[in-house]
Design a protein around this ligand. Structure first.
Ligand code: HEM
Length: 218
C-alpha cells in the first residue's frame, strides 16, 4: 500500500489503535456518508434503483476485500478468525431477493482492484476496521430500511442487518484484537494507512458506480 497523508505522531502513538483509527478516518467517514448512493439510505424516499446499484457495487467490493483478507489469513491462520464474519453471502442473499444476477454486474476498475494489498497484520487490522465498522452504521440503516421500504433480513436487507443483535459483541471482539497492536508504531502506522485507503476505495468504487448508472435486473 502506498503511504497515506495521515500519520500517528510520536506523541500520540500510545493512544489505543482504535482511537488512532477513528480520528484518522473520521473525514473519510463523513465524506462517504454524503455519497449519493449512501446518503439516501436513511431517508424515506430512497430510490430502489440506487439501492440495487449499491448492493451490486458492494458485492464486487466485498468480494475483493474478502478475497484479500482471506488470502492474508491463509498464510497467517492464527491472526484472526474471519470465517464467521463473511459478508459476501449477505449480499448474495439480497441480490437474489431482488433477482439480480451477480454475473451481470459491472466489474471494478483495474485501478480499484490494484489498490488494495494486505501483507502485514497492521494492514489487516486497518482493512478490518473499515469492514467491521461498517456493520455499526448498518444497524441504524437496516431499521430505517424496514421502516421506510419494508425490507427485512430475509427480504432485501440481509447485508445491512449484518450481525443483528450480536453487532456490538463482534465489534468489541475485533477492537480487542486491534488493541493487541497498540504501542507498535510500525503496525499502527500500517493500520491507519490501510484504513484510510480502504475508505478511499469505497469512495472511488461508489463514484465509479454512480457514473456508470443503472445495473441490469433479470
Ligand atoms: C449512510 C451510511 C452510513 C451511516 C449512516 C453510518 C453511521 C455510523 C454510525 C451511527 C456509527 C457509530 C455507531 C456506534 O458507535 O454504535 C458508525 C461507525 C462506523 N462506521 Fe459508519 N455509517 C455509514 C456508512 C459507513 C461505511 C460505508 C463505512 C465503511 C466503509 C463505515 C464505517 C464505519 C466505521 C469504521 C465506524 C466505527 C467508528 C469508530 O471507531 O467508532 N460507515 N457509522
Amino acid at each position: 500500500m502506498s503511504p497515506s497523508s495521515t500519520h500517528p505522531s510520536d506523541q500520540n502513538i500510545d493512544l489505543n489503535l482504535r482511537t488512532l483509527l477513528r480520528d484518522a478516518t473520521h473525514p473519510h467517514h463523513v465524506q462517504l456518508n454524503r455519497h449519493l448512493l449512501l446518503a439516501g439510505l436513511i431517508q424515506p424516499n430512497y430510490s430502489l434503483n440506487h439501492y440495487h446499484t449499491l448492493l451490486g457495487t458492494y458485492y464486487q467490493l466485498y468480494a475483493l476485500l474478502e478475497e484479500r483478507i482471506n488470502a492474508f489469513l491463509k498464510g497467517h491462520p492464527e491472526a484472526f478468525a474471519y470465517d464467521e464474519r463473511c459478508k459476501l453471502p449477505w449480499l448474495i442473499n439480497d441480490l437474489a431477493y431482488f433477482k439480480i444476477d451477480p454475473l451481470t454486474l459491472p466489474t471494478l476498475s483495474p485501478s480499484a482492484t490494484d489498490f488494495l494489498s494486505i501483507e502485514t497484520v497492521g494492514q489487516l487490522v486497518g482493512v478490518l476496521y473499515v469492514v467491521e465498522g461498517s456493520t455499526l452504521g448498518g444497524q441504524m440503516i437496516s431499521q430505517l430500511l424496514t421502516k421506510n421500504l419494508g425490507f427485512t433480513r430475509d427480504t432485501g436487507s440481509c447485508f445491512f442487518t449484518g450481525y443483528g443483535e450480536n453487532t456490538m459483541l463482534f465489534w468489541q471482539r475485533f477492537i480487542a484484537f486491534s488493541d493487541t497492536l497498540t504501542g507498535d508504531k510500525q503496525q499502527c502506522q500500517a493500520a491507519v494507512d490501510a484504513a484510510c485507503q480502504t475508505f478511499q476505495l469505497f469512495n472511488q468504487v461508489l463514484d465509479d458506480a454512480a457514473h456508470q448508472g443503472r445495473i441490469t435486473v433479470a
